[in-house]
Design a protein around this ligand. Structure first.
Ligand SMILES: [Zn+2]
Length: 327
């Protein structure tokens, strides 16, 4: 009898391990989309902007004089660390990335929302570079927890233009992913948040998009795949960085409206996807798609590329650490 219970227990464990293994596998192969890959290695010339991707929606914008960072997430703890332990920014990895990619003229860090895969390292990056950290109450409390001085913290003034070098940044109120799956939309981090901390305490604290202009160029950055009806109707962008994972988990009417409210409204000539990579793996130039338990990233790409192609909109993919020069 005890032997039978033992065998049954082992089988349950084995099935569990296989299930977890399958569900944490990438939900598609990013290399199927290699024809869309791009990587400009030269420096930006006068009037150009170099945009570099560091996974999720961490993006560096550089016009050769001024650098801006959208989000700050380089540490990328493993899934077991993130789920089962309190985590701490990997300052050695942050210093490596800052050094290797010449992030030494950084003037501002703008965080889309305060989930850990966006805000986690922002305070440390601010301290290590001297860049001002802009954000919601929650983001600024993450900065305070990392020891950022008060005069380096700036609270968002939504729909107000901030000028940094030749960049003008407008923070636009937005919405996190559909369905409020994490049940924390608008829930603030109300106190300074020191590390180590559980990833679960990084509540959303409000989501924001970024409308960035530089001379005649207009860039819109929207990390979370959602929309507020009519919010972007009066804006136009040349380039749209857009979070597209999970969109095909919604019904067709929602997907069509997502496309209309973002792409049809902004009329970009080029779309570059964000937030498609499995952020439980370290930063590299060989990022893989999000795991199966989150979405079907390949299905999201196929749907979106189909729509963009119909509308003659260019679609390009940046692998981790890769760049595009926006002319
Ligand atoms: Zn989030």
């Amino acid at each position: 009898m005890i032997k039978k219970i033992g065998i049954a227990f082992l089988i349950i464990i084995l099935v569990g391990v296989v299930f977890v293994y399958i569900r944490t596998r990438p939900s598609g192969d990013i290399n199927k989309y290699k024809t869309y890959f791009t990587n400009d290695t030269s420096a930006p010339r006068d009037g150009e902007i170099k945009a570099s991707f560091f996974g999720v929606s961490t993006l560096l914008l550089d016009d050769g004089k001024t650098q801006l960072l959208i989000d700050g997430f380089f540490s990328r703890p493993s899934i077991t660390s993130a789920l089962f332990t309190d985590i701490h920014s990997d300052t050695v990895e942050i210093a490596r990335v800052l050094g290797q990619f010449g992030i030494n003229r950084l003037k501002g860090i703008f965080v889309t929302h305060s989930h850990y895969d966006h805000v986690f390292d922002a305070g440390y990056v601010s301290k290590m570079t001297g860049a001002t950290l802009y954000g919601s109450v929650s983001t600024l409390n993450v900065g305070r927890g990392a020891g950022v001085a008060e005069d380096m913290l700036k609270l968002y003034q939504p729909n107000t233009d901030v000028t940094i070098g030749e960049f003008t940044i407008r923070v636009v109120p937005s919405k996190h992913s559909p369905g409020n799956a994490l049940k924390d939309d608008g829930v603030a981090i109300a106190e300074p948040l020191p590390q180590p901390a559980s990833m679960k305490v990084y509540s959303e604290g409000g989501s924001y998009d970024f409308f960035i202009t530089h001379r005649q160029k207009k860039i819109f950055i929207k990390p979370s795949p959602n929309f507020i009806v009519g919010a972007l109707d009066s804006l136009k962008a040349d380039v749209l960085f857009l979070g597209i994972p999970t969109i095909t988990k919604q019904d067709t009417a929602w997907m069509e409206q997502f496309y209309k409210e973002n792409v049809t409204s902004l009329k970009p000539a080029l779309v570059i996807p964000l937030h498609w990579d499995n952020f439980f793996y370290p930063l590299s130039d060989n990022l893989v798609m999000l795991p199966k338990f989150t979405c079907n990233a390949e299905k999201d790409f196929d749907y979106f590329i189909g729509k963009a192609t119909q509308d003659h909109i260019d679609f390009k993919i940046l692998q981790g650490t890769h760049s595009i020069i926006l002319k």
